[in-house]
Design a protein around this ligand. Structure first.
Ligand SMILES: [Zn+2]
Length: 196
């Protein structure tokens, strides 16, 4: 089932999410619905707060990035079929010199801005079977994880922009929260007037 994606301005996107246990109700169904929702919107990541749940859970599938012809074959292969569920994740280390990448977000349609992040991260998490992992990720995979991880910490990529940039996109963000935007996937807008 495709779930509505929560738009910018909803308080759930500003909340720090909490850990879940194996007993979390209908987890398999939730994951299935979240993958379906992400693919339907052509996203490479989706975090639970974006569908209204303040829990430490996000999905990543970087396959669409693997078609970028500017990348080396090794980079393309690493991105292809990188599909992962991260539960109760904790980034324990971030390393290297910050680099800029033009980010977007399914909760903030039509806004794309350069965001600076470190290129290498170490993440502790459990997968969908609650198996524990500690892994190092780099490049675009790390980038997507950092963006989704921020969601479960209640941070949006627009929070990381300069105050000038923030001012420039303020009107656009206000319009998004009011639903004054054309988007071709299901969304839920916090400030939209009730229909009829
Ligand atoms: Zn996002």
């Amino acid at each position: 089932m495709i779930l509505p994606i929560v738009a910018y301005g909803d308080p759930v996107l500003k909340k720090k999410s909490t850990d879940i246990t194996k007993e979390y109700p209908n987890l398999d169904m939730l994951l299935e619905n979240m993958f379906e929702t992400m693919y339907n919107a052509f996203g490479v990541g989706l975090a639970a707060p974006q569908i209204g749940l303040p829990i430490r859970l996000f999905l990543v599938d970087t396959t669409p990035f693997s078609e970028d012809e500017e990348l080396s074959e090794d980079e393309q292969n690493a991105l292809k079929d990188f599909k992962r569920v991260f539960i109760n994740a904790k980034i324990i280390k971030e390393e290297g010199d910050e680099w800029a990448f033009n980010e977007g977000c399914l909760s903030i349609p039509d806004v794309r801005e350069d965001v600076f992040r470190k290129p290498k991260i170490t993440v502790e998490y459990v997968d969908e079977h609650f198996k524990k992992h500690t892994e190092v990720f780099e490049g675009l995979i790390a980038r997507v994880i950092q963006h989704e991880y921020d969601h479960i910490e209640g941070i949006l990529f627009t929070d990381k922009l300069s105050s000038l940039k923030k001012r420039l996109i303020k009107g656009k963000l206000n319009n998004i929260s009011k639903g004054k935007i054309n988007v071709d996937y299901r969304m839920r807008f916090p400030d939209q007037k009730k229909k009829r």
